[in-house]
Design a protein around this ligand. Structure first.
Ligand code: ATP
Ligand code: MG
Length: 331
C-alpha cells in the first residue's frame, strides 16, 4: 500500500523554541520513516505579521538548519521553502479562497489573537492564513498533518474547504487528518499564553539558547503568584504555578513529585526550583544546539534547492488536476 502523505510547516519568524521542538519537530524521524513526508518553511505565512526582508532571509536558513538538526534526512523526505513553489501554492490558494466563507475566517480564534497582537497591521493575508495553510497541505494531497493544539482549528478549516471543493468539482482532494499525538501546548515563560517565537525574547527558550541565558531567562519566569515569601507553602499544579507547568513537560516524573512535595512544605524556594528547571531545559537544548552548529549555510542551500525540485514535481501535477476539475483551460 502507498504511504500516506504527511505535510508540516514552520513559519520563519524567529528562532525555533522548545514549544516548536516539542509540538512539531520532535517526531520528525518517525514521520519520515512512516510517511511520504513534505516539510516546508512557510515564508509566505511570515509576511502576514513579519514583513522584514533581512529577518526573513536569515530565518529561512535558520529554520532549515533546525529541521536538519532535529533529524530530517533530505534523502528520505522533502524540505523546501514555501515561496520556491509559490506559483502553484498561491494559485491553489486563490481557488480554495472561493469556497471558504469569510465569516468563518473572521471568527477563527488565531486570527482574533493575531489581530489583537498586531492591531496596526490586520491585513487581508492574515484573514486568509488558514486558506493558505490548506493550500500548503493540499498542494501535495496531504492526508496527515501533525498539529500542535494551536493549529487544530486551522486543520478543521482545511477539511471544510476540501468538503466544499469536492462537492463542487468531484473527488479531487482527500480530507487531511490531524496527527494529534503531540498536541502539547508549551506555556510561555511569562505565564501568558503559549510560547511563541514572535513574542518578546524573554518569554521563550530558543533551541539555540546558551546555557547561561537559559538560567537567566528561567530565573525571571513567572511562577506561583500566591507564593510571595520562601517560607510560604506553594501551589505546584499546572494551573497554580507556571514553573511547575513547565517542569511537567521537561523534568523527570520522580523529580517533579519530589520538587512538588518540597514546594508544598516550603522546604524549597522558587529560586532553587527554577535552577532545577533550567537544568532540565539545558539537557534538551544543549545537544540540539551542538548538532545545529555543525550545519553550514551552504549545506542548507543545497538541501533547499534539491527540495524545491522534488516539491515542484508533486505540486505541478496536483495543480494541473485541479485546473482540469474546475474547468479552467490553458489556451
Ligand atoms: P509565531 O509566533 O510566529 O506564530 P510559533 O512559535 O507559534 O510562531 P509556528 O511557526 O506558528 O510557531 O508553529 C510551528 C509549529 O510549532 C506548529 O506545528 C505549532 O503547532 C507548533 N507550536 C508552536 N508553538 C507551540 C507551543 N508553545 N507548544 C507546542 N507546539 C507549538
Ligand atoms: Mg504560531
Amino acid at each position: 500500500m502507498a504511504k500516506q502523505i504527511v505535510t508540516s510547516g514552520i513559519r520563519p519568524t524567529g528562532q525555533l523554541h522548545l514549544g516548536n521542538f516539542y509540538g512539531a519537530m520532535q517526531n520528525i524521524q518517525r514521520l519520515q520513516d512512516n510517511y511520504h513526508a513534505y516539510f516546508f518553511i512557510v515564508d509566505l505565512h511570515s509576511l502576514t505579521t513579519h514583513p522584514n526582508a533581512e529577518h526573513l532571509r536569515r530565518h529561512v536558513i535558520g529554520v532549515a538548519k533546525d529541521y536538519l538538526a532535529a533529524g530530517l534526512d533530505p534523502n528520505v523526505s522533502t524540505l523546501y521553502a514555501q515561496s520556491s513553489i509559490a506559483e502553484d501554492i498561491c494559485e491553489l490558494h486563490t481557488y480554495l479562497s472561493m469556497v471558504m466563507p469569510l465569516g468563518e475566517l473572521l471568527r477563527c480564534p488565531t486570527f482574533k489573537e493575531k489581530a489583537k497582537k498586531h492591531p496596526d497591521n490586520v491585513n487581508y493575508g492574515l484573514v486568509g492564513y488558514p486558506v493558505l495553510m490548506a493550500a500548503d497541505v493540499l498542494i501535495h494531497k496531504g492526508t496527515v498533518v501533525p498539529v500542535g493544539e494551536d493549529q487544530v482549528v486551522h486543520l478543521e478549516m482545511a477539511r471544510t474547504i476540501v468538503r466544499r471543493f469536492n462537492q463542487l468539482y468531484g473527488n479531487v482532494f482527500p480530507e487531511p487528518q490531524p496527527l494529534l499525538e503531540n498536541a502539547v501546548r508549551i506555556p510561555s515563560l511569562s505565564g501568558q499564553g503559549k510560547m511563541s517565537k514572535s513574542d518578546a525574547d524573554d518569554t521563550y527558550i530558543s533551541m539555540q539558547e546558551a546555557t547561561d541565558a537559559i538560567h537567566s531567562k528561567v530565573k525571571k519566569a513567572f511562577s506561583d503568584p500566591e507564593r510571595v515569601y520562601k517560607n510560604q507553602p506553594g501551589h505546584p499544579t499546572v494551573k497554580g504555578c507556571n514553573v511547575y507547568h513547565l517542569h511537567s513537560f521537561f523534568t523527570k516524573e520522580d523529580q517533579i513529585s519530589s520538587l512538588a512535595e518540597q514546594c508544598r512544605q516550603a522546604a524549597i524556594g522558587c529560586v532553587d526550583c527554577k535552577k532545577h528547571l533550567a537544568g532540565s531545559l539545558t539537557s534538551i537544548v544543549e545537544p540540539f544546539r551542538e548538532r545545529r552548529n555543525q550545519i553550514t549555510d551552504d549545506d542548507v542551500i543545497e538541501v533547499l534547492q534539491a527540495g524545491r525540485i522534488k516539491a515542484k514535481a508533486s505540486s505541478e501535477k496536483v495543480i494541473a488536476e485541479v485546473r482540469d476539475a474546475m474547468g479552467l483551460r490553458m489556451f
